[in-house]
Design a protein around this ligand. Structure first.
Ligand code: DGL
Length: 274
């Protein structure tokens, strides 16, 4: 059904946010080819149901396979939380058992056990990711002794997308969700930014997070984990072409993507609508 010729690594996100992850992947592995696909026409995913996020994500993965990718990274926490497991277990065996789909949650939590001393960890993410309980589930598989508290930050994605990350009004909502998280557990010493958009808010998050709390951003962790994965799986690595090329696709209007991509990637990109 899909071409057996090696192809680019597929990076999927609901919209622009995955560019913060992609930026770090590309920096760690510049030689590979990539296709970035943002489902901007149907974003945000953070407020959508399990069924809908699963359906949209499966469509995107299938599209990226059709475009020649053998390996797809769900660079979206909400899609990783709500769709990854089902796609890996139920869909890949029919679609093509030799292809791989990986997410961003597991690589983010693997280092947590070495960071927290109090064994109390906080997660800031979209409503969908928090509701899925994916972070506590993944953390407890590796570190059953860690207490995990989550806080949904529904306005943070909109603030970033509306270019308000540095705006004065943003301080109120950054402080609000941090305080709500800390009110749930005063012993938290490690806070995970479990959403692609939140690294853009890092200066303000750092400002309102007590200094003693370590903030964990996921881009570099995901990039290092992917590099390690390809090293451990030479059969998948052999299916990934390496000419240093990146192409960008969006399901929405091209001009909007080009304009907003610069917030996340610090460079202008040429994008095609599909
Ligand atoms: N990319 C999503 C995430 O990491 C945030 C944006 C959205 O809600 O679609 O959860």
């Amino acid at each position: 059904m899909f071409s057996s010729v090696p192809g680019p690594i597929g990076i999927f996100d609901s919209g622009y946010g995955g560019l913060t992850i992609f930026d770090k992947i590309r920096a760690a592995m510049p030689g590979y080819d990539y296709i970035y696909l943002g489902d901007n026409a149907r974003a945000p995913y953070g407020t959508r149901s399990f069924e809908v996020v699963y359906e949209f994500t499966l469509q995107a993965v299938t599209k990226l396979f059709e475009m020649g990718c053998h390996l797809v990274i769900l660079a979206c926490n909400t899609a990783s939380a709500k769709a990854l497991r089902s796609i890996q277990i139920n869909d890949l065996p029919h679609l093509d058992p030799a292809r791989r789909v990986l997410g961003v949650i597991r690589p983010t939590v693997e280092c947590i056990g070495n960071i927290t001393r109090s064994r109390h960890v906080g997660v800031l993410a979209t409503g969908g990711t928090i509701k899925s309980e994916s972070y506590p589930l993944e953390i407890h598989k590796l570190f059953p002794d860690i207490k995990v508290s989550g806080e949904a930050c529904p306005l943070w994605v909109s603030l970033v997308e509306n270019n308000e990350a540095q705006g004065d009004g943003t301080d109120y909502f950054v402080r609000k969700y941090i305080n709500e998280l800390l009110a749930k557990d005063r012993e938290i010493d490690t806070a995970i930014l479990g959403c692609t958009h939140y690294p853009i808010l890092l200066p303000k998050i750092r400002k309102y997070m007590p200094e003693s709390i370590t903030i964990v951003s996921q881009g570099k962790l995901v990039a290092d984990s992917l590099k390690d994965y390809l090293h451990r799986h030479p059969e998948i690595d052999a299916q990934c072409t390496q000419n240093g090329k990146c192409s960008y696709y969006t399901t929405e209007a091209e001009d909007k993507f080009t304009e907003s991509a610069s917030i996340f990637l610090n460079e202008a990109v040429t994008v095609q609508r599909i």
